[in-house]
Every structure is written in C-alpha cells, then in structure tokens.
Write a protein that binds this ligand. Structure first.
Ligand code: PEP
Ligand code: MN
Length: 348
C-alpha cells in the first residue's frame, strides 16, 4: 500500500507508479477516502526492487507492507483510520441498527410501508427488505424485481436508506441504479468469489454505497470470512460490514449455530465494523432479543434484525423470526443501553 505525502497523487505521479508496478506484474488500485486517497498494490508486492523504486520517489511518504492474506482489511492497514457513516450513524460511535422485513411481499406493499414506518419509530437507522430471495426450496417464493420499487418508495416515505440482498450481477446494477445504499451478500453467496468481485467492481470508487457481507453457513476459519471481504475491498471501496448470522451445523433448537461470539475475534484481526444478525442465528422471534443483546455484549457495532408490522401475515422468514414493532423497539432500547454501558467502561 502506497501512502503519498500529499492527500492524493497527481495524474502524472499515478501514471509513474502504475508503470513501475506494471514491470513487476502488479496493478495500482486507488482507495478513495473522504480526505486522502491511498494506493493498494494489487499482486505480489514482495519484490524488493519494486519497493525500493517506489520508496525512492520523492512524493511517496511510505509503503506499508502487511504480510496478511487480507492486507486491506487487516487491522494494521491504513484503512483502519477510515470511518463509515450510514443512516446518520458513524459506526463504532453509537449502536447502528438495520431492521425490516425478511421479504417484501409484492402483493401487499402496504405491509412493507407500515413496517418501514414502525422500524423507524422503533429506532432503526436503515431499512432492510428482501427483493430477491435465496430459498433452499426451489418451489417457494423466490422474490420479485417489482419489490425493488416498493423498497425505494418506503425509503422515500421514511427517509431511511435501504439494504437488500443481491445474488446476481444483474441485481447489483438494478439495486444501485434504484438507489439502494447497502448491498447485502447473503450467507449462501459469501464464498461466491465471482459475485464478490462483481460487487467490488460495481462499487469501486462509489463511497456513498456499502456492503453487508454475511458469514457463510460453511465458513470455517475467521480468515476465510475476512478474505471474502478483501475480494470486495480490492476494487477500491472499503465500506464493508461483516455480519455473523449463525453457521452450520445448527445448535439443537436454533436455526443455526449462533456465532455472535466471534465478534471480538474479528475485531482483533480487522478494522471492519461488525453488525450481527440475531434473526437468522436463532431463527425464532422469541430468542432474537437475547441473541441481539449478547451480540452487543460481545462488542458488535450494530444489529440487523428482521421485523414485520404483522409477522403472521409475512412471507419468507417473517412468520417465524420477525419481531413485532413493540418487541423491536424494546430490543433496540435495551441494546442501546447495553452498548453505552459497554463502551463507557474503561478498557471494555
Ligand atoms: C436474509 O437476510 O433474509 C437472508 C436470506 O439471510 P442469510 O443470507 O443470512 O440467510
Ligand atoms: Mn430472512
């Protein structure tokens, strides 16, 4: 990673370093921050001659060489100094809450409009709504592009930015063009490297958009999760949130094996914000509040909670795991209190 002396390189300087690294089969990927731009060397950056030539340039402050499979997402990376603000919240400074339906029902848009208003009143900062759904059963409702319009209309009515899952390249473009702020990569696609690359490419340089990367059901080592995020960051947009959501095999009685406890382990390795999804972790509304509070106790920066104005009339996961607006409001209230307690205690 190249850190220039000034806030950014001039086009001539960029051309010069691009030509140098090209001799060593590497590329330069600018990572544009609000104040300063840094320049990742994409490729094998271990060649001493290349580093010596770059360090010799009078406009280069220093070269950071982090020996890590995820050198951009690594805690030691310069990107650790960045900040991500969504829905008016700078992550890490107060508890950040995403809430809304698992799935938007295109036949009953009013449910979603009412849910959107209710989650806003409950204290959510960003509205979630599934447009396209990855379903284990191919004969169940798979989502509908028509729901994207409903999602954006709810965003306009409430003023909340929105999150939706994208499963294919076509979804990425549709969602970005419609104005979706947070693209969600679901648990089933968290190891789909071509989708991760496509998202990275589409978001490169678009600092107004971010990605919520769920943990795969089958991810083993923590490094595998962070490396998946690196696929996206390598194209120049570091606005990435990691989202533990439960893994396989399931814990008897829960939908998955709740994994909010990996939060401190992630934070030891990466600077990325961690937003836990308690809804898919436990899979039943009655257990969601405790899992949400546990996530905050483990140091999560935020929560992503499924909620529906009338869960029994929902589709997808909503009848089982969506919180009512009242339960959501109570959970957010308690989670905010706990977040404050945790962050006010010195050394917590
Ligand atoms: C969802 O958020 O509704 C969803 C399908 O999540 P996951 O990818 O974690 O299963
Ligand atoms: Mn769901």
């Amino acid at each position: 990673m190249i850190l220039p002396k000034n806030n950014r390189l001039t086009p001539e300087q960029l051309a010069e370093i691009t030509a140098i690294v090209a001799e060593f089969d590497c590329k330069i990927q600018p990572i544009i921050g609000a104040i300063r731009t840094i320049y990742a060397i994409v490729g094998d950056e271990r060649d001493e001659l290349m580093i010596n030539r770059l360090e010799g340039l009078d406009y280069v402050d220093r070269i950071d060489r982090i020996q890590s499979p995820f050198k951009l997402m690594d805690r030691r990376s310069e990107l650790a100094n960045g900040k991500l603000t969504l829905g008016g919240v700078t992550l890490g400074q107060e508890l950040f809450v995403i809430a809304g339906q698992c799935t938007i029902d295109p036949k009953n848009p009013n449910y979603f409009f009412e849910t959107a208003q209710a989650v806003k009143e409950a204290g959510a900062h960003l509205l979630r709504g599934g447009v396209w759904k990855p379903r284990s059963n191919p004969y169940t409702f798979q989502g509908d592009t028509k729901s994207l319009e409903i999602l954006m209309e709810a965003s306009r009515r409430t003023g909340l930015p929105v999150d939706t899952e994208v499963m294919e390249e076509e979804h990425i473009k549709l969602a970005l063009d419609a104005g979706v702020t947070l693209l969600q990569v679901g648990a089933r696609n968290a190891l789909n490297y071509s989708l991760l690359r496509a998202i990275g490419r589409a978001l490169g340089g678009r600092t107004d958009r971010a990605v919520l990367l769920k943990r795969s059901l089958h991810m083993g080592a923590i490094n595998e999760f962070i490396s998946a995020a690196e696929y996206i960051a390598a194209f120049g947009n570091p606005n990435i949130i990691l989202c533990p959501r439960g893994t396989s095999p399931t814990l008897d009685g829960y939908r998955n094996h709740p994994d909010e406890s990996i939060t401190p382990l992630l934070k030891e390795k990466t600077w990325a914000a961690v937003v836990v999804d308690p809804s898919h972790s436990v899979g039943k509304a009655a257990y969601v509040p405790a899992c949400a509070l546990a996530a905050v106790a483990y140091g999560a920066d935020g929560l992503c909670i499924e909620s529906h104005i009338n869960p029994s009339h929902g589709i997808g996961d909503d009848p089982k795991q969506a919180l009512s607006p009242e339960a959501l409001a109570k959970t957010i209230r308690q989670a905010k209190l706990l977040w404050k307690m945790k962050h006010e205690t010195a050394g917590a």
